[in-house]
Design a protein around this ligand. Structure first.
Ligand code: BG6
Length: 289
C-alpha cells in the first residue's frame, strides 16, 4: 500500500526520497523534503487534483514546483530580504514519523515533524516544532500544528501553496471571495475589494488577508474542487502567466495555463504571534465530492 523510493521525474532518478501511496480510494506521492505532497488523485477522478511541473530537477534543497509546498515561517519575500522567499520549511528534510492505514475508510495517514536545528536557527533564530499529518483518501486533508518550544514569543506567517491542475486558466473561476479585500502584489500592494468570482486574463498575484476559508475552483468539463480551510484567515490566488513562467524556468512551455494556486494560511495582517510554550492548529481539506 505504500513504498519509499527515489523521485523519478522525466525518467531521471534524483536525490529526493518520496513516499508512494496507493489504496482503493487514491494514489499519492509525498516528498520527504518539505513533507510536500506532490501528486494526489482520487480513484473516482479522471485527472490528478494537484499539478506538478514535469521540469522539476528534484535537487536536494531546491523547492519542487507543484503539489503543496508549505511556506513557513514567512510567506513571500523575507521581511528583511536576507533569506529565501517563502521560508525554509519547503526545503528541509522532514522526519517521517509514521504511516498508518485505516482500512475501513481507505485513508492513509502520514505524520511528519520538523523541528529547529542548527541549520534552521542560522536562518530563523527560534525554537519551534511543526507537526504535519497528511491524510489521503477520497479527499485530501492536511493538519498542521505549530508549536513554540522556546522561551520567547515568535511571529510567523505561513501558507499551503497548493497548485491545482486545471484544464485552462482562462476558463477557470475561483468562487468564495466576493466582498473580500485583497492586496494586489502586481499593483504596488494597493488594496481592492473583490466584487465577483475571480477570473483570469493576465498574471495574477493577490493576497486576501481575511477571507471566508471556503473556496471553489470552477471549470468546464470537471467537477468543482472544494477547498475548506476555515482555521486559516488568509488566501492567495496566483498564476504567473507566460512571461513570469518563462522567467521562473521550472515550468514547461505553456504549462502555466494548466494550474492555479489557491494558497490558504496566515499572511500580512494575519501574521501570528505565538507565545512561548503555546501551539496553534490549522487544517485544510481538498475534495471534488
Ligand atoms: C506566490 C507569490 O505565493 O508564490 C508569488 O504570491 C510568487 O509572488 C509565487 O511568485 C512563487 O514563488 P516561488 O518562490 O515558489 O517561485
Amino acid at each position: 500500500m505504500h513504498t519509499i523510493k527515489k523521485l523519478e521525474l522525466n525518467q531521471q532518478l534524483t536525490d529526493l526520497d518520496i513516499l508512494e501511496i496507493d489504496s482503493p480510494s487514491c494514489s499519492a506521492c509525498i516528498a520527504l523534503q518539505g513533507a510536500q505532497i506532490l501528486q494526489y488523485q482520487p480513484k473516482h477522478r479522471a485527472t490528478p487534483l494537484l499539478w506538478l511541473s514535469q521540469v522539476n530537477t528534484g535537487q536536494l534543497g531546491k523547492a519542487l514546483r507543484g503539489g503543496i509546498p508549505l511556506c513557513f515561517p514567512w510567506f513571500g519575500a523575507h521581511p528583511q530580504g536576507l533569506q529565501p522567499a517563502h521560508g525554509f520549511a519547503r526545503n528541509q528534510i522532514w522526519e517521517l514519523q509514521n504511516v498508518s492505514y485505516d482500512e475501513a475508510q481507505a485513508i492513509h495517514h502520514v505524520d511528519f515533524i520538523l523541528q529547529d536545528s542548527p541549520e534552521t536557527r542560522k536562518i530563523w533564530s527560534h525554537a519551534f516544532r511543526l507537526k504535519l499529518r497528511i491524510s489521503c483518501g477520497r479527499s485530501l486533508n492536511l493538519d498542521l500544528h505549530v508549536e513554540n518550544i522556546g522561551s520567547q514569543a515568535f511571529e510567523f506567517s505561513f501558507a499551503w501553496h497548493s497548485y491545482f491542475q486545471i484544464n485552462q486558466i482562462r476558463q477557470t473561476e475561483i468562487h468564495g471571495l466576493q466582498n473580500a479585500e485583497f492586496i494586489d502584489q502586481l499593483q504596488n500592494n494597493h488594496h481592492f475589494l473583490e466584487t465577483d468570482a475571480v477570473t483570469f486574463q493576465q498574471e495574477m498575484d493577490r493576497i486576501y488577508p481575511k477571507a471566508s476559508g471556503y473556496y471553489q475552483i470552477v471549470q468546464a468539463h470537471a467537477e468543482p474542487i472544494q477547498i475548506a480551510a476555515p482555521s486559516c484567515a488568509s488566501v492567495v490566488i496566483w498564476n504567473p502567466w507566460q512571461d513570469k513562467a518563462e522567467r521562473l524556468g521550472d515550468i514547461a512551455e505553456g504549462d502555466w495555463q494548466h494550474f492555479v494556486c489557491v494558497e490558504c494560511g496566515q499572511i500580512a495582517s494575519e501574521t501570528v504571534r505565538l507565545a512561548a510554550g503555546s501551539e496553534v492548529h490549522y487544517q485544510l481539506k481538498i475534495t471534488d465530492l
